[in-house]
Design a protein around this ligand. Structure first.
Ligand code: AHG
Ligand code: MN
Ligand code: MN
Length: 284
């Protein structure tokens, strides 16, 4: 796994360089989810594909920016599902963006995810990695290298931050009440529109909740299971938190039927997720 994490470190510096230097405009194309692609989305995807072409441990790649599965190495053990540049529409307003990697062994289902990682491109480049049975590890880049900042990232039982996604006009009543109740309890709003920096902030500031529910316009939510939802669910669980869907099911139990399937999702520390289960009337 270290080989894969080392490749992700190299990728992070290359994508960061592209963000710093390249055109922030759109291409004429759209991706499998029907979203317009930025030149940076395509470039980041290319950087990742080129980097893993040399890693024989990697059997195949699944990208947010590509329709199907890209086969790489017959002898490979892992499939890496990735979002090359999450929150890319925020690059032109100079907010933080990220890359997300889910590393799966076998069929592409939640329970086969064996490791995950994400990179935040902010004022500094940061990296979080997680493997089974260990707390996530947090790194920060300095002078072309990643230094370990914290070897055991852990969520508190209860936090103070609330990051509610989706179009509020299209929230159902019980979701709206749940979000309002958190604010009534003193929670503070933190939502940049990039799930990587938003979830990163909650993880490092001790806890809270990030939600992207199903809404009347997008009943299955917006965030994609294989390369957004499941990798972050793994990191939150490894940090001692919870990650569930609107039915109270662990996101790690998701079985996508298509690489680009989405799911309603809730990531947080225990207090907030248990409160959400009550609000949604799902079993605690
Ligand atoms: P991407 O840029 O890869 O398409 O993903 C953006 C995602 C995620 O980062 C964020 O939390 C969410 O879209 C924001 O959506 P809204 O603008 O609907 O809040
Ligand atoms: Mn994304
Ligand atoms: Mn993306």
């Amino acid at each position: 796994m270290q080989t894969i994490f080392n490749t992700i470190k190299e990728i992070a510096f290359k994508i960061d360089h592209a963000i710093q230097t390249e055109d922030l405009g759109y291409c004429d194309s759209s991706n499998s989810s029907g979203e317009d692609q930025l030149k940076l989305d395509v470039k980041s995807d290319y950087i990742i594909e080129e980097a893993f072409k040399d890693v024989t441990l990697v059997k195949s790649l699944v990208s947010e920016e590509k329709e199907g599965v890209l086969h790489l190495h017959d002898e490979g053990k892992y499939t890496i599902c990735y979002d090359p540049l999450d929150g890319s529409s925020l690059a032109d307003v100079n907010l933080s963006v990220g890359s997300i990697f889910g590393i799966y062994e076998g069929e592409l289902i939640g329970e086969n995810l064996v490791a995950s990682a994400y990179v935040v491109y902010g004022p500094r480049i940061e990296l979080m990695t997680a493997v089974k049975g260990e707390k996530p590890k947090h790194y920060r880049a300095l002078d072309g290298f990643f230094n370990l900042v914290c070897k055991e990232v852990a969520l508190n039982e209860k936090g103070k931050l609330n990051a509610p996604g989706g179009t509020q006009q299209n929230w159902c009543d019980y979701h709206k009440s749940f979000v309002d109740d958190l604010f009534d309890e003193g929670y503070r709003l933190r939502y940049s529109g990039g799930m990587v920096p938003d979830l990163h902030q909650i993880l490092l500031k001790g806890g809270g909740i990030f939600s992207y529910p199903g809404t009347s316009d997008v009943p299955h939510g917006k965030l994609r299971q294989l390369f957004e939802v499941i990798p972050f669910a793994f990191i939150y669980e490894q940090a001692g938190g919870q990650a569930i869907n609107n039915k109270g099911m662990r996101l790690m139990e998701l079985i996508p039927s298509h690489p680009h399937d989405t799911s309603p999702c809730f990531f947080g520390s225990n207090y907030e997720i248990n409160k959400m289960k009550d609000a949604y009337g799902v079993k605690a």
